[in-house]
Design a protein. Structure first.
Length: 397
């Protein structure tokens, strides 16, 4: 009888547990590779903060399919081999059904190869090298425009306002820098803008004067630079120091489009224009709210990198919630059918012009005016009138 009583007691506990349900809500853990140390850490930090803002908002509204979202940030250090290893761990060990994140083109390319091989969807958030979505990868999607489209807005500004006949192109020896320089060279040929200097430099360089001396001798109308933030700042400081004149100093997004460029270059940054994918002045739903929330928490406005990361988590949420299941193949099908508006802009993955699963959208131009980035082009989106011609160095205060 005692044994029977014990058995009945244990059965009641098991049954009670079975009908009681889970004590806490299920958690959806998502790992995100980012450069949190190393030369690209400033971008990684901005993106991490932006993901966290999106996570807090999503969880406050019930999570994803009723699951609380928990983000784990993995430091790829800006090194493709480490990013690849992180992706392999997330897919093979953690069984994560969708991958997203990282910053540079080289790291994004490494993850894309792994994800497509394993047949797990990968959302590229910031990597811009054209080749990433030109590999016939069925499982790789990119929300940001590729390098070929980065400077579309800037190209329009050059052809309609500046009308240059010559250009010098300086660029960092990365996938992003190289492809960005090549695309501007192609565009120059289209509009009759002769490339008089095209010089590559190694990242982390501190003395650009030998290259800039060549540029000064050629007297180009435009000096176009594709650089990350420290290089961008040093280039403009040394251009000012050498008193190199041009009709326009222009950046190919990246380091020129973030607040640290102005903070580091100081008055040498004034009147510099840059291509960008987004600004805090755009009218996309939720864009201004995200920008103000970020500034309130971290003291400064985010660049387009932050808007991309913030919106990426909403894209993942949308795809998972429309997916038939948590199987990667079903999520991939949902990603392919994505058509939504985000704080970063419209998202729709199309196959055209040699690209697969690529989002195409309008790009913008910023100019540093009175020590802050203003949107100047297209004029329909402008927050301030562009300053052109720009004053010579001797005429500046």
């Amino acid at each position: 009888m005692k044994r029977l009583s014990v058995m009945m007691f244990m059965l009641s506990i098991v049954c009670g547990a079975a009908f009681a349900g889970p004590a806490t809500a299920e958690t959806l853990e998502l790992g995100i590779p980012l450069p949190l140390t190393g030369a690209q850490a400033k971008f990684g930090e901005m993106e991490m903060r932006s993901y966290q803002i999106a996570m807090e908002e999503i969880n406050a509204k019930g999570g994803i399919k009723g699951m609380t979202v928990s983000l784990n940030f993995e430091d790829g250090q800006g090194k493709p081999e480490i990013s690849r290893a992180i992706a392999e761990k997330l897919i093979d060990v953690k069984k994560q059904p969708i991958i997203f994140g990282d910053y540079s083109s080289s790291c994004s390319k490494a993850i894309a190869a792994v994800a497509n091989e394993r047949k797990v969807p990968y959302l590229v958030v910031t990597g811009a090298d054209d080749a990433i979505t030109q590999q016939n990868y069925e499982y790789v999607f990119r929300m940001n425009p590729s390098n070929a489209y980065y400077a579309a807005g800037l190209g329009s500004f050059l052809s309609q306002v500046v009308k240059p006949t010559s250009i010098a192109i300086l660029y960092e020896s990365s996938d992003f820098g190289t492809s960005g320089a090549d695309e501007m060279e192609k565009y120059g040929e289209k509009i009759g803008m002769k490339v008089v200097v095209k010089e590559k430099y190694e990242k982390g360089a501190v003395d650009f004067k030998p290259i800039l001396t060549k540029v000064k001798a050629q007297k180009p109308d435009v000096i176009y630079m594709v650089s990350y933030v420290m290089d961008a700042s040093l280039l403009m400081k040394q251009i000012k120091e050498l008193r190199i004149e041009a009709k326009l100093f222009a950046g190919g997004a990246a380091g020129f489009a973030i607040p640290e460029f102005i903070n580091n270059a100081k008055d040498a940054a004034e009147y510099v224009v840059t291509a960008t994918l987004w600004s805090t002045q755009v009218n996309y739903p939720g864009a201004k709210e995200f920008a103000e929330k970020y500034k309130a928490k971290f003291g400064d406005y985010p660049s387009y990198h932050g808007a991309e990361a913030y919106s990426a988590l909403y894209i993942v949420k949308d795809a998972i919630e429309r997916s038939k299941s948590m199987d990667p193949a079903d999520i991939r099908a949902a990603m392919k059918a994505t058509k939504m508006m985000t704080a970063f802009g419209p998202i729709h993955f199309a196959d055209k012009d040699g690209y697969q699963n690529q989002n195409f959208m309008e790009t913008l131009v910023l100019q540093v005016i009175n020590g802050k980035h203003e949107t100047i082009w297209p004029e329909s989106t402008a927050s301030a009138k562009y300053v052109y011609p720009i004053p010579k160095w001797r005429d500046r205060k």
